[in-house]
Design a protein around this ligand. Structure first.
Ligand code: PLP
Length: 425
């Protein structure tokens, strides 16, 4: 415990932490079991695809015959049980991967449907919910949305009514993103997909898989999704991938995406991997354990803040389906102090002081705390919050549980020092 004192944590705060941890032991064992199964899944895929030392090298220029890149895409297809995958450093982030998947698989006159309410903030301009040059709307692709019911479940009647002759692609966001709804389990997503495919088997179903990878033993493509899309600077990059995104799915979906990413006629054949392949492979190999560490950090944060009298989503007792933890802090001061605590706990830029500011792609001011090895990587310990009601902070990541634990203690310490919380005796 003394080590925490040296690290600036008051005894009452670290005692609170230890008490929370004792209660969480059985939960942590479950998470370790999932990580173990996912680790075997990744290992098996790498062995079956015959990953060799030569695969870790990269290409330059056009990137023809990049065996490491092609093999890695096979590995992803194995893990997600899909026909094909596109895993590239040229996909700059999660939003780009999602935009690519949408723009390449929709044509003018088609309609996109979100049956799970508003999608992630940055997709509003991609879709054209907020008008923007280059949006799907500008290309004559319309958008329909069915909100979740009050209790957070799917509005099956509404969804049935929303599906029409123009509907072509359905997008389902697995993780809650910046909303306080629950994240969906893969099983729930499977039920929704089944319902949709009963109505129109020809619809393409895409799942925004950001933050969800390896938090369960199955993925959305195991329950009928035609493609899953995500960012390599979240779960599947294991903290090592310095850039990148992936799309895993049917041959048709992936081929469309490849023709859009590079060019019609070129597709997957070009795109040099430069020097990132070793990190892509090694990060993927570490991803199940890294995701489990992050998940433990999230549960620990939930438990601790519940003890302090705050609402959390998900609750520490709930089964969870992603690595994001939101804590409803109810005031902007607490949100800012929390984020400043996370920043102070970072290995890099611990001396920096985060403040709320405008961010491209977001409508309200946002505060972001991250002292990362990979800039903006949210699989590393990080916290962010739009400065708006209900003043929820979104906490995620931690490449190791020990670091996630310290970050949370440090955030609590910050609130305690600023007299924004009371620690029960
Ligand atoms: C992070 C995230 C995105 C966008 O990814 P970026 O890499 O930040 O562009 C999209 N959807 C969800 C659910 C996310 O969590």
């Amino acid at each position: 415990m003394n080590i925490y004192k040296e690290m600036g944590i008051s005894d009452c705060v670290s005692n609170l932490g230890e008490a929370a941890l004792r209660d969480l032991k059985p939960r942590f064992e479950q998470i370790d079991e999932i990580a173990e199964i996912c680790q075997m899944k990744v290992l098996k895929a790498m062995q079956e695809c015959g990953v060799s030392e030569a695969c870790l090298l990269g290409t330059t220029g056009y990137g023809y015959n990049d065996i490491g890149r092609d093999r890695l895409e096979e590995v992803y297809a194995h893990i997600f049980h899909t026909e094909d995958a596109l895993v590239r450093p040229q996909i700059t982030c999660g939003t780009h991967a999602l935009a690519l998947a949408l723009m390449s698989n929709l044509r003018p006159g088609d309609e996109l449907l979100s049956p799970v309410g508003k999608p992630y903030d940055t997709l509003e301009k991609v879709i054209g919910i907020t008008p923007h040059p280059g949006s799907l709307a500008e290309y004559g692709i319309s958008y329909a949305q069915v909100d979740l019911l009050k209790d957070g479940t799917f509005d099956y009647d509404g969804i049935k009514n929303a599906i029409n002759d123009k509907t072509k692609l359905v997008t389902i966001q697995r993780s809650k993103g910046y909303q306080t709804r629950p994240s969906f389990s893969v099983k729930q997503i499977g039920e929704l997909i089944h319902f949709i495919k009963e109505i129109r088997p020809d619809l393409t179903v895409m799942v925004d898989n950001c933050y969800g990878e390896f938090t369960e033993t199955i993925e959305p493509t195991d329950v009928g999704a035609d493609m899953v899309v995500g960012s390599l600077i979240k779960n599947p990059g294991g903290g090592l991938a310095p850039i990148g995104g992936y799309i895993a799915g049917t041959q048709k979906c992936v081929e469309n995406a490849a023709y859009r990413l590079t060019s019609p006629g070129l597709g997957k054949e070009v795109g040099a991997s430069l020097g990132v392949l070793k990190d892509f492979y090694q990060g993927l190999f570490l991803a199940p354990t890294v995701a489990s560490s992050a998940e433990k950090g999230a549960i620990f944060a939930a438990k601790l803040f519940e003890t302090l009298g705050f609402d959390t989503v998900p609750h520490s007792d709930e089964i969870r389906h992603d690595i994001i933890q939101s804590v409803i802090l109810r005031s902007p001061e607490r949100v800012i102090a929390f984020c400043q605590g996370i920043q102070a706990a970072s290995p890099v830029d611990s001396m920096a002081m985060p403040y709320p500011d405008d961010m491209p792609g977001y409508d309200s001011k946002v505060i972001m705390a991250a002292g990362n090895f990979i800039s903006g990587s949210s699989i590393e310990l990080s916290a962010d919050a739009p400065i708006r009601e209900p003043y929820a902070v979104y906490f995620q990541g931690g490449l190791t549980f020990a670091h996630a634990k310290y970050g949370i203690l440090r955030a609590v310490e910050e609130l305690y020092q600023k007299k924004l919380i009371e620690i029960p005796d």
